[in-house]
Design a protein around this ligand. Structure first.
Ligand SMILES: Cc1cc2nc3c(=O)[nH]c(=O)nc-3n(C[C@H](O)[C@H](O)[C@H](O)COP(=O)(O)O)c2cc1C
Length: 386
């Protein structure tokens, strides 16, 4: 059986060397929005390990959208040298460089996870005139531990769309080839989609079509300014805790497809409660794969599966059974940044080290020829199971 995990994928004119994607993950390492050495090392290491596409964390085109003071910014040109360094490092190791654009809306302005995600009043890194104001579709706080946001006016929404446009232009200048819009996890676009956060009575609230309007306008604006030959992804919460259904997601996905979205990255939750990866939300092995499968079937669009995908054979099975087109891996990549190379060995791919730089390719290839005395040559299993 031919591996699909290791079959390249062409999206518009971008070739991804395999179907393995590093899921977007905030590193909480930016200083005043700026890229630090840690980012280049971290993203370079993930590209070096053989991933097809490395998706850089949720990066903010508007300072008000920053979740924490340690989020990456793209709201001004001064951020470009650092972002360009990340993109070129990823590409130099053969992976496609992608970036996610996010806006946290009413969930913005908190301290970083290991400092308790506490509400904050100010951002130490903002220049004079830049504000860190909580904004959302309606004046409804995310929960008791969050402050109440200001409801966006229609002219604020117009300015936000201009902000997305400016961010897309910078993403292009920085050299990224895949762009993902973050519309999941209870952040701004999801807030517009959900009646839990959106109780507007104008053209942006009320019926499902009106609640989808902001998200679709973002995609329209982004697609107008993101080159035709480059793929556009969106991450959605395909279901959430406040009653959003997979059928609604599929209806949204059909509209997104008409507007030039290539891949729907199917996550879930986040419109109420704490972090989507907290222990209050215990998850199971592959828990979101059925969402990717349903959106793919109902909306006839490519999907990316994510969430506790740990093993090579698990990832391969998801693709072989037509549940998704791409596999995103988050925390397991933090555990093992060489996951793709390791997965290739485990799946018996010929020349499994071909995707990593020559140093690794040469010496690990030679080592694989050694006599392992019946033990596995890969790190997870020392003694073959009976
Ligand atoms: C530290 C951390 C940061 C994250 N940051 C983002 C983010 O910036 N954007 C996003 O859409 N999801 C983010 N997520 C969610 C992951 O992309 C992923 O969907 C989630 O971790 C489940 O996949 P996993 O089980 O493979 O880790 C983050 C998760 C973690 C653990």
């Amino acid at each position: 059986m031919k591996s699909l995990l290791f079959t390249p994928m062409d999206l518009r004119s971008v070739r991804i060397r395999n179907r393995i994607v590093v899921a977007p993950m905030l590193t909480y390492a930016a200083q005043n929005g700026y890229v630090q050495d840690m980012h280049t090392v971290h993203y370079g290491k993930l590209a070096y390990g053989g991933a097809g596409l490395v998706m850089v964390e949720s990066t903010k085109g508007d300072p008000c959208g920053a979740s924490t003071p340690a989020d990456l910014g793209i709201w001004k040109d001064e951020f470009l040298p650092g972002l360009t360094r990340i993109a070129s490092t990823i590409k130099s190791y053969g992976a496609v460089a992608g970036i996610q654009l996010g806006h946290s809306g009413r969930k913005a302005r908190r301290s970083i996870p290991w400092e308790g995600r506490a509400p904050l009043a100010s951002h130490p890194g903002l220049d004079h005139g830049e504000e860190w104001e909580l904004v959302a579709p309606s004046e409804i706080a995310h929960s008791n531990s969050f402050s109440t946001p200001r409801a966006l006016s229609v002219s604020d929404i117009e300015r936000l769309l201009d902000g997305y446009q400016a961010a897309v232009e910078r993403v292009m200048k920085a050299g990224f080839d895949v762009l993902e819009i973050h519309a999941a996890h209870g952040y701004l676009i999801h807030q517009f989609l959900s009646p839990n956060a959106n109780q507007r009575t104008d053209q942006y609230g009320g019926t499902p079509e009106k609640r989808m309007r902001f998200g679709l306008e973002v995609i329209e604006r982004v697609r107008q300014h993101w080159p035709e030959e480059k793929p556009l992804f969106i991450r959605i919460s395909a279901i959430d805790e406040a009653g959003w259904t997979v059928e609604e997601s599929a209806a949204f996905a059909k509209e997104l497809k008409k507007r030039g979205v290539d891949v729907v990255d199917c996550s879930s939750g986040g419109i109420t409660g704490g972090s989507i990866v907290s222990s209050e939300r215990p998850a199971q092995y592959g828990y979101q794969v059925p969402l990717a499968e349903q959106v793919r079937k109902l909306a006839d669009i490519k999907t990316m599966a994510v969430g506790l995908i740990i093993h090579a054979d698990q990832a391969e099975e998801i693709l072989q059974t037509g549940k998704a087109d791409l596999i995103a891996i988050g925390r397991e990549m933090l555990n093992n940044p060489n996951w793709p190379m390791d997965a290739a060995s485990k799946l018996g791919i010929e020349n499994p080290f071909s995707m990593v730089p020559p140093l690794y390719q040469f010496f690990l290839g030679k080592r694989a020829e050694a006599d392992f005395g019946g033990h596995s040559s890969t790190w997870q299993v020392g003694i073959d199971a009976e």
